[in-house]
Design a protein around this ligand. Structure first.
Ligand code: ATP
Length: 609
């Protein structure tokens, strides 16, 4: 397949922000795609070469890519720098240089998707001495054979700045339309994607074997399953009513969610909530898992840091483990315990369609059979059957006393629903009851520069919630409080990598910050309440025509949610629900006031008598 078809499609995609149009262009590209390369096209379109869990990142430094441009086009470093200053984008520089190329090199050949993919893959996998030279030479050879538009997108791809404005769900929509002519089939594709976390595999299977084969996709050890998530509820009574069968209340630990896979050859891999490999962060957990008496398994649990006395430490302490260097010291200083709450695969048997009750029993049995397990380091999360609201309330007190943040109440009849947030799991924290709002996780989509002491850095950030139905981020607040100087410095640095010239097509906003970003970084905030505002687009027209939902008195909690993908942020639907709950609560409160008229001086005097 001619790479030019993809590159010209990408060019058209960068010129639109309409979701429908973006999907249609993708469909056009996919229709011209040979079935043998459909997986590669799916990965490349997402700016990747492999699914995230394989951990193969291309990410070439701009400096190295500039060297390849010098080599391919005989340009001087000064020339490249001056073009870069003018355009602000190395992809545009490549296109300009390619346009000025006097003649095609003797060795240039027409670029195919296969050739581009295999060269990029070689670049990604080349390490060690002399690898930089090798990478430069390979990229230069590709550029040499590229037309303007191909050079532009190749360069953007290798620098990690492809930014077509399409996420997984849009690619799934386009796949459903291309190969089944019906967008509704996306659901079936999404299910397979949730079980494999591999968009390329789903695309390949659909193109070559059809929808039925996709529907039959199951769990594979070594392919992370997208995690099942919990809904929130604010009363123990409502939780009991929600359970279809009995419920089991488990401690909700405040650590990092980890999915552990053990293959039959003994290899153990750990995946994060974002389905990325995090094995190196938790070598002590891997060590503990070696004593588990099963040949093959997939288990899930929460890794929590422990202090010297073996007591749970808060999430922030565990984040010291999420670093590239000094992991050994961090492991020594903050040992982790792994608290299991689910088993999804066990010795050749898929467990996800079994009930929670069966899975929990299997998990307890598994650890019970395993010898030599350090009970402090590897254990099953405490859980107990609950039949009344009072039982939930007393379990909550017990969990809080043990240093947990609340409970997760699980329906005993429920199966494991990969990638779904449903009421089969309900999280319950004291914040919900006390009418103090729970935290929200929102995505930074823009920022404006600070003044005074904050000059030179960003001072306020534009935040958005995720609209899952349309795969778009919709704004809900500007925030400038709660940040320390160090927070602002770190965020400003991280955001430089996300900066884009215009608003991302995945962002819906009416306000204009100084800078726009790719919607990637998720931060945790609290607010006093949700109000209506014509300025913000989250929930626009959903509650009142012309109004969206805004946060009142938003404040940063100090947590950057590196463990969350932007698609895991608080959703617009959740904001609407919180707003509606607030309104209901307000009605109850005002009704109480009406029923209990304020005491007059006379009535007080009478009472005193
Ligand atoms: P929050 O921000 O409230 O911590 P979240 O948005 O990170 O929640 P949710 O799915 O809403 O994620 O809440 C469930 C999360 O709680 C899980 O992803 C997991 O990391 C954590 N957790 C802790 N203990 C348990 C448990 N016993 N069962 C399931 N999840 C648990």
């Amino acid at each position: 397949m001619d790479f030019r078809i993809m590159a010209s499609g990408y060019e058209r995609m960068t010129k639109t922000s309409s979701r429908i149009e973006l999907t249609n262009i993708l469909v056009e590209i996919l229709k011209e795609t040979d079935k043998s390369v459909v997986a590669k096209v799916a990965y490349l379109t997402q700016g990747k070469l492999h699914p995230d869990f394989e951990g193969i990142n291309l990410g070439m430094a701009e400096k190295t890519v500039a060297k390849a441009l010098e080599k391919a086009y005989g340009a001087s470093p000064n020339e490249i720098q001056s073009l870069l200053r003018k355009t602000g984008d190395l992809g545009d520089v490549a296109a300009l240089l390619s346009k000025d190329k006097v003649q095609q090199s003797l060795f240039s050949e027409k670029l195919t998707v296969e050739k581009v993919y295999s060269s990029l893959d070689e670049i990604a996998k080349s390490t060690g001495q002399g690898s930089i030279e090798g990478r430069i030479a390979r990229l230069a050879a590709l550029l040499n054979s590229s037309s303007e538009v191909e050079a532009k997108f190749l360069t953007r791809f290798v620098t990690g700045k492809l930014r077509l404005g399409v996420a997984d769900f849009t690619v799934l929509d386009a796949l459903a339309l291309t190969f089944t002519d019906d967008k509704k089939n996306r659901e079936k594709l999404e299910k397979a994607y949730n079980l494999t976390s591999d968009l390329g595999e789903v695309a390949e299977l659909l193109a070559n074997k059809g929808l039925k084969a996709v529907s039959e996709v199951g769990v594979t050890v070594g392919k992370p399953i997208r995690p099942m998530l919990a809904e929130r509820m604010e009363s123990s009574k409502a939780i009991i009513e929600q359970m279809s069968g009995a419920g089991v209340a488990e401690y909700k630990l405040d650590g990092e969610r980890v999915q552990a896979h053990r293959k039959s050859n003994g290899e153990i891999t750990l995946y994060s909530r974002r389905v990325e490999v995090i094995t190196s962060h938790y070598q002590d957990v891997v060590q503990s898992l070696r004593s588990v008496a099963a040949k093959e398994f997939i288990v899930e649990g929460e890794a929590v840091a422990l202090d010297k006395e073996g007591k749970y430490l808060p999430f922030q302490e565990l984040m010291h483990r999420r670093r590239k260097y000094g992991i050994e010291e961090a492991m020594e200083k903050y040992p982790a315990s792994f608290n299991l709450f689910d088993v999804l695969y066990l010795n050749g048997k898929e467990m996800i369609d079994e009930s929670y009750a069966t899975r929990r029993k299997a998990l307890e049995g598994l650890l019970g059979r395993s010898k030599g397990i350090d009970n402090l380091k590897l254990l099953v999360v405490p859980g107990r059957g609950v039949e009344t609201p009072e039982e939930i309330d007393s379990m909550l007190q017990e969990a809080l006393a043990a240093g947990c943040e609340g409970l997760v109440v699980k329906d005993v009849k429920s199966t494991y629903r990969a990638g779904a947030r449903e009421y089969a799991w309900i999280k319950f924290k004291p914040e919900y009851r006390a009418n103090v709002r729970d935290t929200l996780d929102l995505v930074i989509v823009g920022a404006s520069h600070g003044m005074g002491r904050r000059a030179g850095r960003y001072g306020t950030f534009l935040l958005a919630a995720y609209d899952k139905d349309t795969d778009v981020f919709r704004t809900t607040t500007k925030i400038g409080t709660g940040f320390t100087d160090l927070d602002l410095e770190n965020l400003s640095k991280d955001l430089q990598k996300e900066k884009i010239a215009e608003k991302s097509p995945r962002v819906d906003a009416t306000v204009s910050p100084d800078d726009w970003f790719e919607p990637h970084i998720v931060i945790e905030v609290i607010a006093s309440e949700i109000t209506l505002s014509p300025i913000y687009t989250a929930g626009l027209d959903k509650v009142r025509p012309g109004s969206g939902l805004a946060l009142r008195f938003p404040k940063f909690t100090g947590k950057v949610r590196t463990d969350k993908a932007p698609e895991d942020a608080t959703t617009v639907r959740e904001l609407i629900e919180i707003y509606q709950k607030q309104v209901r609560q307000f009605k109850v409160e005002t009704k109480e006031i009406e029923e209990k008229p304020a005491e007059t001086t006379k009535s007080k005097r009478l009472k005193a008598k």
